[in-house]
Design a protein around this ligand. Structure first.
Ligand code: PHE
Length: 492
């Protein structure tokens, strides 16, 4: 990708699949069911839909409009808006990159589980198996010096796959892979949901989704949870939509496609959770464990509760198990490449390095950082990275983006760009949301996240967070200060 050759999607379908693929990820499969359950079940759909429309889609539209209008990388766009803002771009991209380093590791665990699930090799105690036999987890930081070879190898495989896709031309790599993986993912999920509905006890699970607890609606934490889920699920503020939209050809319909992407992503997570809840209902009936003890999130759900379920399920688990983990793999890979594309784009534009070399460098550095998570202390450090980067740093970055695009940049320009390129029109309400409501909501979410991250941290976590903070301040400044090799980097 050089100053003379600008990538462009060869079809709207490729763009849509890549966009939906970027949004549909681990968050949809293992985060949403838990958030839904712990925040009032059916009634949660009200704050969820309000957040989706008012905040989620509004911010995606900002990213679309900016990306489409400038057709440049985030670093160049922020430089153009105000020279001094370039470090903010590198700050956002560094957060995204660091998130990817541990996200890849979770996808790596999933890869291991695809193999394990064929024979249900986790035995009768999947919980112990996960911590002792897969992760070789140690409770202290000294585990940092013991590499876990299987995890390291699977992390390497995922980085290799990411590199293999990213180094190719946009349509040949990301476009083609998204067009294959996303439909496959949908077919498998439909199959699993239909199967799960036939399980005894399924109704114990899925009725939870449709049983509303109306009192939850007056709880402000429920609204924040809904908003937090939308931020995570739509991958807001990570420069993904912005980067992908910058590759759109003239004449593309912006608002219309943003709506399709947002609805598909939410439709996917709601539909998928019917399957997850039905399977948990089956587990509750078969094992006598109360339903509420089964609904967990994160690695607990995928690598502990689901293996327990597959143990009870009988022979069909030998097929459903690998398919379930395959879903996570497909959803994970499309998100990983989306996270990395924006990072690679800014680097290759500024330093005039071609696509292949940039992808190689980014993936090698990424793999080296990820190998920290393939040690005995890996899952502990991963937890700290996740809490700090997702609940704290990323929200802060989105807040900065809201201020930059809503206040520093001429917002009316964005309204014009969108309305010129869409059937559906936006207006004053959108402006009010981006300038006032969104920053306020993000601020509350950030304050809540910051509070819970700091109060629950022990001394090792605090040390890791301090190191991350220093890295997040120093590296972006260095990247912004490094001279651009692209002589057109500063032109618009
Ligand atoms: N939205 C995607 C998901 O739900 C991608 C994502 C990756 C979001 C990392 C946040 C962090 O998994």
């Amino acid at each position: 990708m050089s100053e003379t050759k600008k990538s462009e999607w060869n079809s709207t379908f490729a763009f849509m699949m890549a966009m939906i693929g970027s949004a549909v990820g681990l968050g949809n499969i293992w985060r949403f069911p838990n958030v839904l359950y712990s925040n009032g079940g059916g009634s949660f759909m009200i704050p969820y839909i309000v957040s989706l429309f008012l905040l989620g889609i509004s911010f995606v539209l900002v990213e679309y409009a900016i990306g489409f209008k400038f057709k440049k990388s985030l670093a160049q766009i922020l430089y153009f808006i105000k020279e001094k803002l370039e470090p903010v771009a590198w700050f956002v991209l560094l957060i995204v990159f660091l998130i990817t380093t541990y996200y890849v590791c979770v996808v790596g665990w999933d890869l291991i589980y695809i193999v394990l699930s064929i024979t249900k090799a986790w035995g009768t105690n999947p919980d112990l198996f996960f911590t002792n036999n897969v992760l070789h987890s140690t409770s202290s930081i000294s585990g940092l010096f013991t590499i876990v070879p299987v995890v390291l190898a699977s992390v390497f495989v995922i980085w290799f796959i990411a590199w293999f896709i990213l180094k190719r031309d946009l349509n040949d790599g990301i476009g083609r892979v998204s067009k294959i993986l996303l439909p496959l993912l949908c077919i498998i999920v439909v199959g699993i949901v239909i199967f799960s509905l036939t399980l005894p006890g399924a109704s114990i699970g899925y009725t939870q989704i449709f049983t509303p607890d109306w009192s939850a609606l007056t709880n402000s934490n429920v609204w924040l949870a809904a908003f937090g889920q939308i931020v995570f699920s739509l991958s807001l503020g990570m420069a993904i939509a912005l980067t992908y939209a910058s590759y759109l050809p003239k004449g593309s319909k912006l608002v219309d496609s943003a709506l399709v992407v947002a609805f598909s992503n939410s439709g996917f997570e709601v539909f998928n959770s019917i399957g997850i809840f039905s399977i948990l209902g089956f587990m509750a009936l078969s094992s006598g464990i109360p339903f509420n003890e089964l609904v967990t999130e994160g690695s607990g759900l995928a690598f502990v509760v689901f293996p327990q379920v597959f143990n009870i399920m009988g022979p069909s688990a030998h097929i459903v198990g690998p398919l379930f983990f395959l879903c996570i793999l497909f959803a994970g890979i499309t998100s990983v490449i989306a996270l990395l594309e924006g990072v690679c784009y800014s680097i290759s534009e500024k330093f005039l390095i071609d696509r292949k070399k940039t992808a190689t460098a980014v993936c090698i550095v990424g793999f080296l950082i990820s190998s920290i998570f393939a040690t005995g202390a890996g899952s502990m450090i991963l937890g700290v990275f996740d809490a700090f980067l997702n609940n704290f740093a990323l929200l802060f970055a989105i807040l900065l983006e809201c201020i930059i695009f809503g206040w520093i940049y001429d917002f009316d320009e964005l309204i014009k760009t969108l309305n010129e390129n869409s059937k559906i029109q936006v207006g004053k309400l959108w402006k009010i949301v981006i300038k006032f409501i969104l920053p306020l909501c993000i601020f509350f979410l950030w304050a809540q996240g910051a509070y819970s991250t700091i109060t629950s941290a022990d001394s090792v976590s605090i040390t890791i967070m301090i190191i991350l903070t220093v890295v997040l301040i120093v590296v972006p400044i260095i990247f912004a200060k490094l001279p651009a090799r692209n002589k057109h980097f500063f032109d618009m």
